[in-house]
Write a protein that binds this ligand. Structure first.
Ligand code: KIV
Ligand code: ZN
Length: 537
């Protein structure tokens, strides 16, 4: 059994106080980027990428990391287990449906965790009961009690969720919540699974449950919102104002369909509007931009330019009148400082004469704490980059380090590449790869240089994967900017993303493709779990 943590310990009671509270109350931040976020079509992460992301989330002081859905695949199980071994500051959580096999698999995965949590759920709404579960309300209430009881016998920290809570009849929802509390759940999550509710309605639901369900004052209520109507952040804040003391979020708001509540938006809203929202989180906000970029790179999902907090334009001022105001005083148009969220992208950092010590200090400032080997490797790459590029910016360093972290110990590596491009086709790529230590070379032509490069890879590493995404963006301004390339491949339902950064777009493309292949080969088939009927109790 993992340590029993008292989920109420750092948090004040759910007494519904909001703006009237004199002392700010803590809101637990529960990150589900690796579970609900990974359920976004096309977003899949390798185990190594998840481990790296878990470390970033721990550095950020996220309270709970939902690391996956252990029964969904061996890969998910391994990711949750490995993260449980490594992470010591945050609680590591796994998801389980209301079935014996799910809950036991989840318990096995989180067993090594210093602080582990089983998160079990069942659908409660009539739509899900009738069409997915074919269960009566009575059956669902019994399944809630049985599943939470079983989970509590295996782990001291159990969260229970009512899937599709916001479309559930209130009396049924109250009975389910009561059953979960009686069975020992410490956290009760009320998800807006289909992104259907709006702030005042959602807040009223929390107040009703907290006032009318026996035992509600002894547990933490949690909010989990989807963004189908663009209301996820507003709904989450309304729930917090009504007494929820845990908020479930994902970096960049990734998640099923329109996504989940964006971590960065809720956390910064609470921080910036502390005057009216007397709540705080433990999140070290200067790590936000790094986390956002890393998630974007490993999923291949770009962050829209005007995205709140982490978009490229979130702190850019274009209009003359705005620029004039900013020059006089930043408070004229800025409600928070870019540095508060780790946006320092335009800082010129160093050149080729910068030393190792300065480089290490720079990395620290950017939120990286690398071991000696990784530091040496990153420093070597920085020197190579500084040789090619006049000005090296913070964003260049972030791309360079994340690129190395994402690649880890790849089986296939790009050794050299020469491309003949231009108006006189066909374009030609001469490529040497190292595959499991052995070098091989190929020449291929293609419909354009990128096509030629990818054809050469195909010759050297025959595979049946289909290219689903090829995306390039410039890390900084200027013609010598590094190109950051993301490639997504799909084979037999398995999806893998790769990325790379280089001042040479074609080298970055080859490396990103090879990285995606490495991830694809490393990944065991991910099986989508069947819709659950609570089983085995
Ligand atoms: O949206 C949802 O209902 C969920 C649950 C599994 C918590 O993600
Ligand atoms: Zn969800």
């Amino acid at each position: 059994m993992t340590d029993i943590i008292d989920p109420a310990a750092p948090v004040a009671a759910n007494d519904g106080r909001a703006e009237t509270a004199s002392k700010p109350e803590k809101v637990i931040v529960f990150d589900t980027t690796m579970r609900d976020g990974e359920q976004s079509p096309g977003a899949s992460m390798s185990i190594d990428e998840k481990i790296e992301l878990a470390k970033i989330l721990e550095d950020m002081r996220v309270d709970v990391i939902e690391a996956g859905f252990p029964i969904a695949s061996n890969g998910d199980f391994e990711a949750v287990r490995k993260i449980s071994q490594i992470i010591t500051e945050s609680t590591v959580c796994g998801l389980a449906r209301a079935g014996v096999a799910d809950i036991e698999r989840c318990a096995d995965a989180i067993r090594p965790a210093k602080r582990g949590r089983i998160h079990t759920f069942i659908s409660t709404s009539p739509q899900h009961r009738d069409y997915i579960l074919q269960m009566s309300p009575e059956d669902v209430v019994n399944a809630v009690h049985a599943s939470v009881t079983h989970a509590r016998n295996l782990c001291g920290d159990v969260e229970w969720s009512a899937q599709d809570a916001t479309r559930t009849e209130r009396d049924v929802l109250r009975r389910c919540v009561e059953a979960a509390i009686r069975a020992g759940a410490g956290t009760i999550n009320i998800p807006d699974t289909v992104g259907y509710t709006y702030p005042t309605e959602y807040a009223e639901m929390f107040r009703d449950l907290m006032e009318n369900v026996p035992g509600a004052d002894g547990v933490i209520f949690s909010t989990h919102c989807h963004n189908d109507l663009g209301l996820a952040v507003a709904n989450s804040i309304a729930a917090i104002q009504a007494g929820a003391r845990q908020v479930e979020v994902a970096i960049n708001g990734i998640g099923e369909r329109a996504g989940n509540t964006a971590l960065e938006e809720v956390v910064m809203a609470l921080k910036v509007r502390g005057d009216r929202l007397p709540y705080f989180t433990g999140v070290q906000t200067q790590h936000i931009t790094r986390a956002s970029r890393y998630v974007s790179a490993i999923t291949g999902f770009p962050v829209q330019f005007n995205k709140a907090i982490v978009g490229k334009n979130a702190f850019a001022h274009e209009a003359g009148i705005h620029q004039d105001g900013m020059l006089k005083n930043a408070e004229t148009y800025e409600i928070m400082k870019p540095e508060d969220v780790g946006q320092g992208g335009s800082n010129l950092v160093m050149g080729k004469h910068s030393g190792r010590h300065a480089f290490r200090e720079k990395l620290k400032g950017l939120g990286y704490d690398l071991g000696q080997n990784a530091l040496n490797e990153a420093f070597g790459r920085f020197k190579d980059l500084a040789d090619k590029k006049k000005s090296v910016f913070d964003d260049d360093i972030i791309a360079l380090v994340d690129d190395a972290l994402a690649r880890g110990a790849d089986r296939i590596q790009v050794k050299s590449l020469r491309v003949i491009a231009g108006t006189e086709g066909p374009q030609e790529a001469h490529l040497t790869l190292v595959v499991d230590g052995a070098e091989s070379t190929a020449m291929a032509t293609g419909d354009g240089p990128v096509d030629a490069v990818f054809n050469a890879i195909h010759q050297l590493v025959p595979h049946g994967a289909v290219l689903r995404l090829f995306q390039v963006h410039a890390v900084t301004e200027g013609t010598d900017a590094q190109a950051q390339v993301s490639v997504r491949l799909e084979e037999d339902g398995r999806i893998a993303t790769g990325q790379a950064a280089d001042t040479d777009t074609l080298t970055a493309s080859a490396t990103a493709y090879v990285n995606a292949l490495n991830n694809l080969f490393a990944r065991k088939e991910k099986t989508a779990p069947e819709p659950i009927v609570a089983s085995g109790f």
